[in-house]
Every structure is written in C-alpha cells, then in structure tokens.
Design a protein around this ligand. Sequence first.
Ligand SMILES: [Zn+2]
Length: 224
Amino acid sequence: MNYAILILALGLAPVLPLVATFYFWFTRWKYRKQAVSSGLKGREAALRLLSENGLADIPVDSANELVGDHFDPKGRKIALSPDVLDKSSAFALAVAAHEVGHALQQKDGYRWFGWWMAVAPYVHMLTFVFQIIVMSLALVFPPILFLLVISYSLLFLMSILTLPVEYDASRRAMAELNRSGLIQNDDERSAVRNVLIAAGLTYIAKAIQDLLLAVYYALKVFRR
Ligand SMILES: [Zn+2]
C-alpha cells in the first residue's frame, strides 16, 4: 500500500504541473488569435480598468521574460509580457484584467492578499536553498531527508494560500470586464473564462505537486 502511494506520488508529482502548463500554453496559443471587439491592447485595457477604479497612478510596463505577467504590490505597478502588453486578443484581455484584479485586491485590503504578500517571496527563496542543502547532506546522512517533508509541507501551505488569491483576482477580472463593456459577447466571455481557468489550473497542479512530494519524502523517510 505504502509502496503504491510512493510510486504514484513520484510519478504524478512532476507530471501534473507539466500537463497544466501544456494546457495553459495551448490555451494561450488558441486565444492569442481571437480578436476582441473593443480592439484594445492589453496595456490599454489594463489602464482603462485601473483608471475606472481610481487607480490611474498605477503604471503598466513590460515584464521581464523570466518573471512574466504580474502585479508588483510593493512598487505598485503592473508588468505584462509582450503577448499581452501590445497585443489585442482574448488572451491579452484576460491576463491584463487578472493583474488589475490583484491591484484591486490591494486597494480593498483583501485579507488573503496581505498574507500571501508577506509570506510568498521568503518561502520560495528559502525553500530552494534549503532543499539543495538538505539533498546534499542526505548523501552522507539520509535521515536528514525528513527536513524535505517539512519544506514541501510549507510549500504546499503556501500553494494553498495562493489559490484563493488567484481565484479572487480572476473573479474580479471577469466582473470588471463585464462591467466596463470590454467583453461584448458570449464568445469573448467564454474565451476569457477559459484563459483564466487554464491559468488557475497551473496553481492547483502546483499545490498537488507540493503535497505529493511531501507525502513522497514522508514515506521515504519513515519506511526506513
Ligand atoms: Zn495572479
């Protein structure tokens, strides 16, 4: 029984996020080509939604390739990738509105967003360094692997914290696009929804991966 879970965890852990990422790429490829009736590019759509919400002071710039589309809560700015920033498509509209959704969370003092901002940057950086150290030390002293159980449990906790934040940003994006008239028909509505769902699935896959890895290392350590 334990052995079966071990194999399952080991097999599924890397596969799930890959499948979710491929699905997101496919969705991006599909909806990058779908024009929107407003004709607005991602930057223009974001700026319009921001200014309609009293956030005209938040700039919308190009994103670093590595980091990708995001809202920077400290610097108070939105960064969009080239596919979104200067393109007009259902994909660009969805992503731009999602990032505006994060800006609106900050404006409204959304509780989960504050939590997430406080924890996220440190957990990522620290766990990465920590895991490399533990894996190296495990070569000479295998029981130390139990520290990986803790670190993946922490990552899982963080992934779980991210889910309501991402879901809420997408929910706000959908509401804003409907309210502002940037979405004008059911075709556009379903395209934007599909992009947001595909993006959301990558976060869910990440959470499941962290859980599986925590279980995997727990079984590995405690079966000794
Ligand atoms: Zn987001």
